[in-house]
Design a protein around this ligand. Structure first.
Ligand SMILES: NC(=O)c1ccc[n+]([C@@H]2O[C@H](COP(=O)([O-])OP(=O)(O)OC[C@H]3O[C@@H](n4cnc5c(N)ncnc54)[C@H](OP(=O)(O)O)[C@@H]3O)[C@@H](O)[C@H]2O)c1
Length: 178
């Protein structure tokens, strides 16, 4: 499978890559983070530990729409068939509506929420394209997941405490149907 994971140089993103990489079938990974050295190091480590996989890495700041576009263009130049997209990259900025720095909420929304929306929109057409051999979409579930993503966004926007607690659904898993 072709698997995209944002924020994959460490933490949960890297852990999910390791989880998938243990499969007997060799997956192709498209991983991003902001800091090149750490991302490259993670890429080399995963490639060494799991020789059946193919690890592709590219720096990307998901809070920057143009950077997301570059990441998506790079992915689409390597494959037109993404099976799994994990919008994992995110940050936690502690604070509250009372007294926190101006711009906290906007920053959180950019990194944790809008990023998932933009990258999903850029990769979804390829994920939903019709498979010529079967005549059916390569992936039949994206619409349902996208609706769920929007549901989460709008629900959380109206619930300030949940935004603060990072409960928002910015980890969005899209898995190819069996
Ligand atoms: N760990 C938890 O208990 C927990 C609980 C609830 C939610 N979460 C959420 O789960 C996700 C992963 O958490 P984690 O604990 O694994 O975090 P982490 O250890 O801090 O790792 C975050 C990863 O995202 C990357 N990243 C951060 N900002 C980015 C940006 N603007 N553009 C691209 N990559 C970016 C980081 O690399 P660079 O710094 O190089 O960009 C890193 O690879 C986050 O979205 C977090 O909010 C975590």
């Amino acid at each position: 499978m072709n698997i995209v994971i944002t924020g994959a140089s460490k933490g949960l993103g890297k852990a999910m890559a390791v989880e998938f990489a243990q499969d007997k079938q060799g997956h192709h990974f498209f991983l991003c983070a902001r800091h090149a050295a750490e991302l490259e190091q993670t890429g080399k480590e995963l490639q060494g530990r799991f020789p059946r996989t193919a690890i592709h890495t590219k720096t990307c700041d998901v809070s920057d729409k143009s950077s997301i576009q570059e990441f998506a263009t790079w992915i689409n130049s390597l494959t037109d068939n993404i099976d799994i997209l994990i919008n994992n990259a995110g940050i936690y900025l502690p604070g509250s509506a009372y007294g926190e720095a101006d711009g906290n909420l906007e920053k959180l929304m950019e990194v944790n929420t809008y990023s998932a929306y933009h990258l999903t929109r850029l990769l979804l057409p390829g994920m939903m394209a019709v498979n010529p051999s079967t005549g059916s979409p390569k992936n039949r579930q994206p619409r349902a997941y996208l609706q769920y993503l929007f549901h989460c966004i709008f629900k959380r926007i109206s619930q300030w405490r949940c935004i603060r607690n990072q409960q928002i659904c910015h980890v969005w898993l899209q898995q190819k149907p069996a």
